[in-house]
Design a protein around this ligand. Structure first.
Ligand SMILES: [Zn+2]
Length: 278
């Protein structure tokens, strides 16, 4: 199996995700990692790694990535994680350092919902609360952009250029949620993350579909396709919706067909991300 790759406008997303196996994504710009999987070579170049929770299919790769980055002299790594995970993650990484007899060049940053870290000149990552069975966070990639002040929008270009030449400020800064990544979550995320509907690109897990697994999502803190159907109105403004974390019980094509049937209005914007056969 090789990682799946998607290009959505200026964003490129590479990743691998199957429930219980491993989940990781690399997102350019700015080249950050969301979750570590079991240690993916594609993440070794990432300076910033955002961990959603401690389940090993998402977190096991953290010490391996720090080790690889040390070997390759890749520079300092910042690992951002939910506050409730940080102490155990520090112990986990410290044990790996003792096993290897080296010190990794890294920093572990704890976040709570609503807090953010800067990842590039015009990009920040803001955490939001998710609905999983262990402490977890999802992340918004927030882009700051400049746009013409609304009161100037009807002016001809020459008039705006004149104002600019006079040293007047013609632009204002605004923020958009360029991408959101839920990690593992149940349907509580639709209330715990009120900005989710504003995401231009939404990476949202969808582990189960069909009647037989209807109750499993609630049990394990995961989403069933029916949850997405129930909240479809909240997803109507997203330009792209990437579904990941599909259970091994289901083939990617099965989910695609179910999306076409149950979410016809959204289906053209939905991408089912499952690893491709190599
Ligand atoms: Zn999990």
């Amino acid at each position: 199996m090789s990682p799946a790759a998607l290009r959505l406008g200026e964003l490129s997303i590479e990743g691998w995700s199957r429930a219980g196996e491993e989940t990781w994504f690399r997102v350019h710009p700015p080249g950050l990692g969301f979750d570590a999987g079991r240690g993916a070579a594609a993440l070794v170049g990432a300076r910033d790694l955002f961990l959603t929770h401690g389940h090993l299919d998402h977190a096991l790769g953290v010490p391996w990535l720090l080790s690889q980055r040390k070997l390759q002299r890749a520079g300092a790594t910042r690992v951002v994680c939910p506050r409730g995970v940080a102490a155990d993650l520090r112990d986990f990484v410290a044990a790996a350092e003792r096993l290897e007899g080296v010190e990794y060049v890294h920093e572990i940053v704890e976040l709570a919902a609503g807090e953010r870290v800067e990842v590039a000149r015009d990009l920040a990552v803001e955490a939001f609360e998710v609905d999983h069975v262990v402490p977890g966070l999802g992340y918004h990639l927030v882009r700051r952009r400049h746009r013409l002040r609304p009161e100037l929008r009807d002016l001809p270009g020459a008039a705006i250029a004149r104002l600019r030449a006079e040293g007047r400020s013609v632009e204002e800064e605004h923020e958009e949620i360029w991408l959101s990544y839920t990690g593992d979550t149940g349907p509580g995320v639709f209330t715990s993350a009120p900005k989710l509907p504003d995401s231009r690109v939404l990476l949202i897990e969808c582990t189960f579909l069909g009647e037989r697994t209807r109750q499993r999502g609630d049990l394990y803190g995961h989403l069933h396709l029916d949850d997405l159907v129930a909240h479809a109105d909240r997803l109507s403004r997203c330009e792209a919706i990437v579904l990941f974390h599909l259970s091994r019980r289901h083939a990617g094509g099965e989910l695609e067909r179910a999306v076409a049937r149950l979410l016809p209005a959204l289906a053209p914007r939905v991408h089912v991300l499952v690893p491709e056969p190599a």
